[in-house]
Design a protein around this ligand. Structure first.
Ligand code: BGC
Length: 469
């Protein structure tokens, strides 16, 4: 049960929207989530918002204390775009926001913790959504400007950057199904525009870093992708290969393959469908020669978020608009959950550790054994400090990682989601993922370790996965 000694142990508290609070403090501008939760509280399960959340903006020293207590060697967090550029454009900067992130980075480093920084974890400045957000190709230069400022401001100390969290999930939720703000329901069009613009923004950022900053800063860049492993109900390996191309290939293939474009059959199938619909062109066109050359190889490792696995079968009935895969009209697959595996508080999250092992082997075999950094992996419940199911989840998923490493997979780090309970988007505070509970009614929002924190501490200290806890 030994874990590979070279694997870095970290933790995540990534999305500042979920943890920072201080939504309008010290000159921060509004994000689309601020507007949404204020205007449509009924769309959040408990009617809550992230105005204060767990107050990491004010209480970062408390976060630092528990990070040290856990003994992690890296910590993933994100920068809120509108906290430092209130309306998104870099010509207006908010020095207090910049000071805050400088302080966080300096304190982490002073305590021997490497900052792993996500540039964008969904806090889109309202002003940028006004012109279409990620569906407008103008976002490419806006993002590039933003990223360049981040490299200038923090790149002397930040050596691991993640550009845009979970492109596929983000695009589907914002511009496909529209379950998240700005609630654009344009499946098979809006989500594909968004995906294309994200890939271009990411690729251009990578090239810009290499040209202007790499020589001095020597950092590495990744594109965090959530991947559910898909099992065929009929045990058909061709189905799995085809479905995984829709599940991950639409992001992974452009970045990691030699073509620099979407998987060929995905391009072909969507083009055929689009023409059959009477359109003049595909809803998901090829990225083209120029962009493929920019995007190809634009990642120094695969940044993986893994939570669960799904089953697939050919679609025969109605399209499920809420499917976690991209549009079922295009994939022609129906997805279902492993109902016989324990379910977390989140409806989409079942306990399938084997899925992580199989996914890592799939990545090894499909993408030339690229280096994988696991940057999210977690279990939700309704709260309580005796969180034995969370321990079982991490114990089994860590064992899956060990098994995969022993089978030649190139995994170099593991960071569970998440450090502490926080705002879970439209589920409000009803789903808890943390190793630490937060006293939401006390002025100092004390963080208290759950049993899982003790467990993870032991994992980090012993560099092995305890058989029993
Ligand atoms: C997101 C997190 C979120 C977690 C659990 C991940 O895909 O990156 O922000 O809290 O899922 O829903």
């Amino acid at each position: 049960m030994e874990e590979d000694d070279d694997v870095d142990d970290g933790t995540v508290n990534d999305c500042t929207l979920q943890t920072e609070g201080a939504w309008n403090a010290d000159g921060k501008g509004p994000s689309i989530w601020d507007d949404y939760t204020h205007n449509y509280p009924d769309q959040v399960k408990d009617g809550s918002n992230a105005d204060d959340s767990v107050e990491s903006y004010r209480l970062f020293d408390s976060d630092l204390k528990i990070l040290k207590d856990l003994g992690v060697d890296h910590y993933r967090f994100s920068i809120a775009w509108p906290r430092i550029f209130p309306n998104g454009s870099v010509h207006l900067r908010n020095q207090k926001g910049i000071d805050y992130y400088n302080d966080v980075i300096d304190k982490l480093l002073a305590n021997g913790i490497e900052p792993v920084v996500t540039m964008f974890h969904w806090e889109l400045p309202v002003e940028i959504q006004k012109f279409g957000g990620f569906t407008n190709s103008l976002i490419i230069e806006q993002f590039l400007d933003y990223a360049e400022e981040l490299f200038k401001l923090f790149g002397d100390r930040v050596k691991t950057w993640l550009t845009i969290n979970e492109p596929k999930e983000l695009c589907k939720a914002l511009y496909g199904s529209g379950v998240s703000p700005p609630s654009i329901n344009a499946p098979g069009v809006g989500d594909y525009l968004c995906l294309t613009n994200i890939l271009k923004s990411h690729g251009a950022t990578y090239r810009m870093y290499r040209e202007k900053f790499y020589e001095k800063q020597r950092g590495r860049i990744g594109l965090p992708s959530n991947i559910n492993f898909l099992y065929s109900k009929a045990n058909n390996t061709d189905e799995v290969a085809r479905a995984m191309d829709f599940e991950f290939g639409v992001v992974g293939h452009p970045v990691l393959s030699k073509s620099g474009d979407f998987p060929p059959h995905v391009l072909k199938e969507i083009e055929q469908k689009s023409l059959a619909e009477g359109r003049k062109r595909s809803r998901l066109p090829s990225l083209g020669k120029y962009w493929s050359s920019v995007i190809k190889g634009s990642s120094d490792f695969l940044a993986l978020n893994y939570y669960t696995a799904w089953q697939i079968e050919p679609l025969t009935g109605q399209v499920d608009e809420d499917s976690m895969m991209i549009d079922e009209r295009d994939t022609n697959f129906a997805t279902s959950m492993f109902e016989n595996c324990p379910r977390a508080e989140s409806v989409w999250l079942h306990f399938v550790p084997q899925g992580l092992e199989d996914l890592l082997k799939y990545i090894r075999d499909t993408y030339d054994n690229v280096e994988v950094k696991i940057l999210e992996n977690g279990w939700s419940d309704t709260g309580g400090n005796d969180d034995y199911m969370r321990i079982e989840y991490h114990r089994n998923h860590l064992q899956a990682v060990v098994n995969a490493i022993n089978d030649g997979c190139n995994v170099t780090s593991y960071a569970p989601w998440s450090l502490m309970d926080s705002f879970e988007f439209t589920s409000g505070y009803t789903q808890k993922f943390g190793f630490y509970a937060v006293n939401m009614t006390s002025p100092n929002k004390e963080r208290t370790p759950k049993k899982s924190a003790e467990f993870y501490k032991k994992v980090i200290k012993s560099k092995s996965v305890p058989y029993k806890f």
